[in-house]
Design a protein. Structure first.
Length: 242
């Protein structure tokens, strides 16, 4: 009887660590290794972004140079250009890490420029809120996936939402919206990227192949950056109007 109980306990502990129902133990171990690798890369990207952004904000000569219109235009286009080779070489080492580093640095400079004109207290608040939201949504997705929840249905909805946000952003450039409408736009955008964090975390758990660690980290990195920028925009008018 004691042997049976011991087997039951061992089986129960193994089952509790499974990522989702029906996955084999060997596949589960491989999947956890893949997930850890993606989060190591993501943590490195966030650390690099923090360092580059801090230098951009605090080192005035760099700050002044980067505020030129030509530089701003280059920084707007360059990440889009780097995204193409990053996608095509995402499975070819070491080129995938080279393009990932360049892509992260260019986006980090843009983040630094966005933070340079905002009070440091607001930036800190946005960082804390973003971290809390990301950790909460990540934990929820792992918990829900373990219980068999399927988030694949979110793909088409999120794609359509992203197109609407993009077109509205273009409209904002040529026909500026009022402050209230802009705040609503930022709030909706933040919600969309919160859902994207859930969706991309689900893909990380269940759908990405083991050699797509670079692309998986890029997806989550972009979700977190966009959420941070939306929260930053939402907090900024609240501070300036007080």
């Amino acid at each position: 009887m004691s042997g049976v109980k011991g087997d039951d306990v061992e089986e129960g502990s193994t089952t509790s660590s499974l990522l989702y129902p029906g996955i084999g133990n060997e596949e589960n171990d491989l999947r956890w290794g893949f997930i850890r690798k993606v989060y190591y890369i993501l943590a490195s990207q966030i650390l690099l972004t923090t360092i580059v952004s801090a230098v951009t904000v605090l080192y005035l000569p760099v700050n002044n140079i980067l505020h030129g219109k030509t530089i701003l235009l280059i920084l707007l286009i360059l990440p889009l250009l780097l995204l193409l080779p990053l996608y095509f070489y995402r499975q070819k080492h070491p080129l995938n890490f080279v393009f990932l580093g360049l892509y992260t640095v260019t986006l980090s400079v843009s983040i630094g420029i966005a933070c340079a004109t905002i009070d440091g207290k607001i930036v800190l608040e946005a960082l804390i809120l973003t971290s809390a939201v990301v950790l909460s949504l990540t934990g929820y997705t792992f918990w829900a996936s373990k219980r068999g929840q399927d988030f694949s249905f979110l793909g088409p909805i999120l794609f359509a939402s992203l197109i609407v946000l993009f077109l509205t952003g273009l409209l904002q450039l040529f026909f500026p919206l009022g402050s209230t409408v802009y705040a609503i736009y930022c709030a909706i955008s933040a919600i969309v990227f919160c859902v994207y964090i859930v969706f991309d975390t689900y893909n990380l758990i269940k759908r990405f192949t083991y050699d797509e660690y670079i692309w998986a980290s890029v997806n989550l990195y972009l979700d977190i950056l966009n959420l941070f920028l939306d929260i930053l925009r939402l907090l900024r008018p609240r501070n300036t109007t007080s």
